[in-house]
Every structure is written in C-alpha cells, then in structure tokens.
Ligand binder design. Structure first.
Ligand code: UT7
Length: 326
C-alpha cells in the first residue's frame, strides 16, 4: 500500500510576543493562574500588517527547502485554517500563488484546532490512491484576531503561527504517515464557536450576540478533550495492532498543559514522550501540531523508525489522530 513520507517541515511565528506579565497589566489575571491552569507563559501575536497566507507561505518555504523540493513540483496543497485573510478564496490558493506552485490543486479544510490532522488525512488519501506524489500540508491560524481581549477566560489562551509538512509518496510498508483517524460531534458545536459578523444560531436562525468574538465553554471542553484524545489514541493503536509502548513520541494539540498531562495519565504514558511547547506559543489552533513537529524535527529528536502519534482536538467538536513511522 502506498503511504506518504514527511520529507520536510517548517514553521513560522509572528515576531510580536505577549507575555503573561503584559496581560496582568490589562486583565484581572495573574501569571501564577495562567501558568498553573494552562502551562502558558507567552504567545506570539500576528501584527496589523501581517497576514495568515504569508505566515503559511513562510512555513511552507522552510518545509520545501528542507525537503529539497521545488514548489512547481507540488501536486497538492491542503491548508487547515479557519482564519483566512479573506472569506474566500482558500488560503491554500493564496499560498499556491505566493509559491508559484502552478501544477498543484489547492484547498482549505476547516476543522479548527484539528485542521492539520484533518488536512494530513486528506492528503494521505490522495497519495494512497495514486492521485498525487508530492503534497504540502499546512496548519495556520490567527485566532487572536477573533478574541475579546477584555475576556480573561479566552484572551490568555491563544497565539498565532503556521506549520507545514512536505509529503512524498512512499511504497515502504508501514512507513511514513500510515494511519489517520478522524471524529467529530456536531451536537457539541456550541462549546467553542466564532459566529463572525453575520453568525446565526443554527436552529433558530436568530442572530448571535457578540458576533465578533470567539466563545468557549472551557470547563466542559476540557473534559471531552481528555477522554476523546485518549479514546482516539487507543483506536489508532488498535486499528494497527499496536501497543501503547510502541509510540516513541506524542505530538498533542497544545491547548492546555493539564489536558496533555491528563491524557498521558489516562493512557499510562510517561510525560517525557509528550512534546510540548505551549509555554512559548500557547494554543495556535491548526498550527499547533505542525509547529511542534517542526521544532522537534529541527532539534533532531526523531530517529529512523520512531513512531509518532499526532493527536488533535477542538471546535466542531472535531478531533483526530495520525500515526507516522519516521
Ligand atoms: O483548542 C481548542 C480546545 N480548547 C480546549 O481544550 C480548552 C479547554 N479548557 C481549558 O483549557 C480550561 O477550561 C481553561 C484554561 C479555559 C479554564 O481553566 P479551568 O480550570 O477550567 O477554569 P474555570 O473556567 O473553571 O474557572 C475557574 C475560575 C473561575 O472563577 P470562580 O468562578 O471560581 O471564582 C474563573 O472566573 O477561574 C477564573 N478564571 C480566571 N482567573 C484568573 C478564568 N479565567 C481566568 C484567568 N485569570 N485568565
């Protein structure tokens, strides 16, 4: 069976950082509360003149350069994002234009914080059926543009950035991205949502209040996140007749350090296997997993044959996992 091997990774973070100390000055919060409840110490925030498509392009250029592949040779670009610079066209098309990837077809996947894993799963399917040979998968978001900066329950949580991976088709059995597992539960849509200016309640059609801001019921989301991230991990392993000890590294969505720790405990996995950068970047939505993947890859953490588990969770609700043999 054809799989897809990751041959290059890249990431990009905006220059501007906002520390917990900066937030203490404008919100009724404290560094102590934020660190102990979330593990976050700072976040990168997109500037007025910066764009989501440019962040994605910079991450992609780094990934292509590592892969030694020209943009013109790409067959497919899939971007996980919900914060495009314009409502349409897709960020993927803007990136394609920036890169000059004229042979590729390009589109976005809207799975919010799970965007990268959903996009990766999409790309893998095209590789598996032989439709593409080289693909570029990106996760990018600027959720800070959706925040009410006076609402301490969400303003402390998010940051912006982009991460990318270049994949090539590979026929070596069990290598590369070899298994993806996706789930969603639309009945819980209102645990995290962003109505936008014209957002309406999906049942009544009544215009939603506070349309310009992201809304989240953090507490309930936390509980579902812990149990479903553990469940999807077990599902991915069972589908491949693998045991928990066979996972070398976990790259979890970076939403809350306590969620990551709780998932580790539930699965009986040592904390050292979980790669975490939430302290420096906060929750970057679809970018969170590929940024961590790129940072760890550039630190040469992965050895040939290592098994990586990527697991994501977020608004939708939507969650998923991907298994990769490096
Ligand atoms: O990426 C998408 C997926 N997102 C998630 O998975 C997020 C999941 N949820 C969470 O990470 C956590 O629920 C939060 C970090 C958002 C909140 O932590 P929590 O431990 O669940 O706190 P809470 O919402 O239960 O609030 C506890 C208290 C409340 O005060 P009272 O009512 O006990 O007096 C809040 O008003 O903490 C208060 N609080 C704060 N205090 C200081 C809430 N936010 C803050 C804050 N600073 N920033």
């Amino acid at each position: 069976m054809i799989t897809a091997k990751i041959v290059g990774t890249g990431s990009w973070l905006p220059k501007k950082t906002v520390t917990n100390a900066d937030l203490e000055k404008v919100l009724d919060t404290s560094d102590e509360w934020i660190v102990s409840r979330t593990g976050i110490r700072q976040r990168h925030v997109i500037g007025e003149q910066e764009t989501v498509s440019n962040m994605a392009t910079y991450a992609a250029q780094r990934a292509l350069s590592m892969a030694g592949i020209k943009a013109q040779d790409l067959d497919l670009i899939v971007v996980g994002t919900v914060t495009g610079d314009v409502e349409f066209p897709a960020v993927a098309c803007l990136v394609q234009g920036n890169l000059g990837a004229s042979r590729a077809f390009a589109y976005d996947v809207r799975a919010v914080c799970s965007g990268f894993v959903f996009a990766l799963s999409n790309a893998l399917a095209y590789h598996q059926c032989g439709r593409v040979k080289r693909s570029l998968v990106i996760g990018v978001d600027a959720l800070t543009r959706t925040l009410d900066w006076t609402d301490r329950s969400v303003a402390i949580l998010f940051g912006d950035g982009a991460g990318a991976a270049v994949l090539v088709s590979d026929e070596e059995e069990g290598h590369g991205v070899f298994s993806t597992h996706l789930r969603s539960d639309g009945a819980l849509w209102d645990l995290i949502y962003y109505p936008g200016e014209e957002g309406r309640h999906p049942c009544s059609g009544v215009k939603l209040e506070g349309g310009r801001f992201l809304r989240m019921c953090g507490n309930k989301t936390f509980k579902v996140a812990v149990s479903e991230l553990a469940n999807i991990t077990l599902e991915a392993l069972a589908a491949n007749h693998m045991g928990i000890d066979e996972i070398t590294w976990v790259i979890p969505h970076q939403a809350n350090r306590r969620i990551i720790d709780a998932v580790g405990k539930r699965l009986g996995m040592p904390a050292e296997k979980f790669l975490v950068n939430i302290d420096r970047v906060a929750n970057t939505s679809a970018a969170s997993i590929p940024i961590m993947l790129d940072e760890a890859n550039r630190q040469q953490k992965f050895a040939s044959g290592d098994v990586l588990l990527l697991c994501a969770f977020g608004s939708g609700l939507a969650w998923g996992a991907a298994l990769i043999r490096w």
